[in-house]
Ligand binder design. Structure first.
Ligand SMILES: [Zn+2]
Length: 130
């Protein structure tokens, strides 16, 4: 069943709330990565062991940051699809993604069948696309 106007409105609000939350997190993460935590940790490094802990923490923060940014971009793209009317249709088969699925994953691009197939086909996300 295609999404009703009411369902789209509800999902849109959900996405906007999550986007605002993510933007706050991204800013906090970016400050953390740029600023104090790394400088403090690395500032009075006494041996190599401490240095690698500092490196590790910086890496973890960046991974968190890039995860948040990826989610934020996906949600912003979903808002774009709501605006142009393509939201809720599977990008692979054109069927309805379904309200229940979108409620859990509002940025979903595919219906659950196509998503499973996609994940099976692209099981290694780091594989270079040639
Ligand atoms: Zn599909």
């Amino acid at each position: 069943m295609p999404l009703s106007k009411k369902e789209i409105e509800a999902l849109k609000r959900q996405i906007e709330t999550r986007c605002a939350q993510l933007r706050t997190e991204v800013h906090a993460d970016a400050d953390k990565v740029r600023g104090e935590s790394y400088a403090d940790l690395a500032g009075d490094v006494v041996d190599e062991g401490d240095a690698s802990v500092a490196d590790l923490l910086a890496d973890i923060d960046s991974a968190e940051l890039s995860r948040d940014l990826t989610e934020l971009r996906a949600l912003e793209a979903a808002l774009g699809r709501i605006a142009d009317g393509s939201y809720g249709s599977c990008i692979d088969c054109g069927q309805d993604v379904g309200f229940a699925r979108l409620e859990v994953e509002p940025a979903a691009l595919r219906c659950i069948d196509c998503q499973r197939l996609y994940e099976k086909t692209y099981a290694q996300p780091d594989r270079p696309k040639l």
